[in-house]
Design a protein around this ligand. Structure first.
Ligand SMILES: [Zn+2]
Length: 55
């Protein structure tokens, strides 16, 4: 009895600092619609077009 009262402490997820790579949101190519991942300004890997901006 009472064993369920002991809950394991939640382990805090350690977020590595020093990079904003995780902040890059995938964008769609304005020309072919392919998903482009990378920093702002990255060109489409399929057609070399630009990302669709504004939403
Ligand atoms: Zn494209």
């Amino acid at each position: 009895m009472g064993e369920d009262d002991r809950k394991p402490a939640l382990q805090s997820v350690e977020v590595p600092t020093g990079g904003d790579a995780a902040c890059w949101l995938p964008a769609l190519c304005a020309d072919c619609g392919a998903m482009i991942e990378g920093p702002p300004g990255a060109v489409c890997w399929r057609c070399g077009g630009t990302r669709r901006e504004g939403d």
